[in-house]
Design a protein around this ligand. Structure first.
Ligand SMILES: [Zn+2]
Length: 386
């Protein structure tokens, strides 16, 4: 029997990216998602793929050797006077023992996902531990030490010769990935995020369009705070098919941070599970239309780690693996984790009734529409010249 067409790249050590006990980035999300999918019968041993080993030499494809040496040193408990210069040891980016090795494993998992798909062994693959999209060449930023997802995109381009459309749906701008490929003609980056006027990292505006061979291939869709499902999906439908038609990618890499949900404490976007799942279905359809189905997904943000993230990522997995979306959260799973976490968990995968609409809904939708119009007005003339 042939392997199923979608791989779930997983290993217990990928849950070790634990910045501190009180940090909002909770790697337990992975175990919750993995066990929830198992309980639903949506994930079995034939889907699982182990990450390949990853070497420091591979990190140096995108990261500065001095930075890597600094992370390795703090990771093993050495004092590094330069650490703050690299973003290491701040409240957002605490140092923890073994972090260098732990993040290398995450990078290895994202590279494995790309290799499985680029080599044709699987049509699709996901690494929910990845998506550390803020990390820079020589900078830990926004909880991200090394940029696993940029390394994976780089691998697809350099080793397999693929044109990659990177789509970043995390609530925060995918600044690190954009920077790595700002001049590249082989990678289109599309980031849909809450505007940098109101949210970290403060970048990702419509005028950031790429440079040189990459001019016209960086797309930024900065959304109004409190954007809801309908406006979000309207912008995606307006922009994504057109952008991919222009670029004609071989592979989509999706950064599927789940912090655009309205319960998320670190962003102000107000999506529901229904809206988020619709955005995943759109990306999946685009992969079918433009890339022969080829799609690699990572995780990313998601700071409502118990109520929201496992449900949203399970919905993503059902889309990626072309299985029916789950409806009811299994009782056995809820009982196990409610006891362990000491809190009540939702009974259904989708949110119950939507909350009352924002009183500013009309203004927010109009402002988002103006953003899309402005973006296309900037890009279409550049695209016509490509
Ligand atoms: Zn985020």
């Amino acid at each position: 029997m042939s392997a199923p067409s979608c791989a779930f790249v997983y290993a217990p050590q990928l849950s070790a990216y634990r910045l501190s006990d009180t940090h909002p980035f909770k790697p337990l999300r992975l175990e919750l998602t993995h066990s929830l999918l198992g309980a639903c019968g949506l994930l079995d041993a034939s889907h699982l793929a182990s990450p390949e080993p990853f070497t420091e030499a591979q990190l140096l494809a995108l990261h500065d050797p001095e930075f890597v040496a600094a992370v390795r040193a703090v990771s093993s408990g050495e004092s590094v006077p330069d650490a703050p210069r690299y973003g290491l040891g701040t409240p957002d980016n605490p140092i923890f023992p073994g972090m260098h090795e732990v993040v290398m494993n995450v990078c290895g998992a994202s590279l494995s996902a790309v290799r499985l798909v680029a080599s044709g062994q699987r049509a699709r693959a996901v690494n929910f531990s990845g998506g550390l999209h803020h990390a820079g060449r020589a900078l830990m930023s926004g909880f991200c030490t090394y940029n696993d997802v940029a390394l994976a995109v780089h691998e697809a381009v350099t080793r397999y010769g693929l044109r990659v459309a990177y789509i970043d749906l995390d609530a925060h701008h995918g600044d690190g990935v954009q920077d790595f490929f700002y001049n590249s003609g082989e990678v289109m980056t599309v980031s849909v995020h809450e505007s940098g006027r109101s949210l970290f990292p403060g970048t990702g505006f419509t005028y950031e369009v790429g440079r040189g061979a990459g001019r016209g291939l960086s797309l930024n869709v900065p959304l109004e705070p409190f954007t809801e499902d309908a406006s979000y999906l309207e912008l995606l439908e307006t922009l994504l098919p057109r952008a991919l038609e222009v670029f004609s990618p071989d592979l989509i890499v999706l950064q599927a941070g789940a912090d655009m949900h309205r319960r998320d404490p670190l962003s102000n976007l107000h999506l529901s599970t229904q809206g988020i799942a619709s955005s995943y279905r759109l990306v999946s359809r685009l992969a079918d239309r433009f890339c022969g189905g080829r799609l690699v997904a990572t995780g990313g943000g998601g700071y409502d780690p118990y109520h929201t993230v496992p449900r949203v990522w399970s919905l993503l997995w059902s889309v990626l693996s072309r299985q029916d979306a789950p409806v009811t959260v299994p009782e056995s799973w809820r009982a196990q984790w409610e006891e362990q976490l000491g809190l009540e968990l939702p009974r259904t995968f989708h949110d119950p009734e939507p909350p009352p609409p924002s009183p500013r809904r009309g203004q927010i939708e109009a402002a988002n529409r103006r953003t899309a119009t402005k973006l296309l007005a900037t890009l279409e003339p550049i695209w016509r010249e490509r």
